[in-house]
Each structure stands twice: as C-alpha cells, then as structure tokens.
Design a protein around this ligand. Structure first.
Ligand SMILES: [Zn+2]
Ligand SMILES: [Zn+2]
Length: 112
C-alpha cells in the first residue's frame, strides 16, 4: 500500500490545473503527440534527440524546440538550408549508403 495522503502536500485536481504553467502543459501535449505517433513516424532531432513532431505526408521544415535544428516533416531527415532538401525514402537511404561505400572501391582513372 502506498500512502495516499501526505500531510500538507495534498493537492486537489481542481487546484492543480491552475498551477500547471502553460509551458508544462505544452510539454505534456508534446509528449502525448509523441506517444500517439507510430515509432516510425516520429521525427527526432538529429542533434539533440528531442521529439519534434509526427511525420506528415508533405515535405516542410519543422524546427526542434530545443536547439532550433531544422528537419523535414516528411522524412525526418535534417534540413539543410544551404543546399536545400530532397526527401529520401528508407530504401533510398540504404541505396545511398551503398553508393558511398562504392566510392571507396572505385579506382582512380589515372591509375589505369
Ligand atoms: Zn534539437
Ligand atoms: Zn525530407
């Protein structure tokens, strides 16, 4: 059994609601959004791992609340302002990895 009643610390729910700061309520709503989104559809900040938003079907910029890093709302990848952003599907991301590796095997034309 847990002690339910702690002297002097008992807070009724109605009082509680007025005490919660807006920022806390927002944080709670964000958490709720995070849990509602399927794990694969959650965008986490690549820099600080903060949950940003659930993925949507349109590419757009979503900003991390904590470090202000920009991410894509569609693929969740980091959004680079300078070079623009092109969405890559998971398969394409794997293919891209293969390509990067392929570079290492390529022989410099001058050595032929
Ligand atoms: Zn961040
Ligand atoms: Zn994208």
């Amino acid at each position: 059994m847990y002690p339910v009643d702690v002297d002097g610390f008992l807070v009724r729910p109605s009082q509680h609601a007025t005490v919660i700061p807006k920022t806390m309520a927002k944080a709670f709503r964000d958490k709720e959004k995070e849990y509602k989104a399927p794990p694969d559809d959650r965008i986490y900040c690549r820099a600080c791992s903060t949950f940003i938003a659930a993925k949507i079907d349109a590419a757009g910029r979503v900003k991390c609340n904590k470090c202000e890093c920009q991410h894509c709302s569609k693929c969740g990848d980091k959004w680079f302002e300078m070079r623009g952003h092109v969405c890559r599907s998971r398969d394409e991301q794997d293919a891209f990895k293969g390509l990067e590796q392929g570079k290492d095997y390529q022989i410099c034309p001058s050595q032929r």
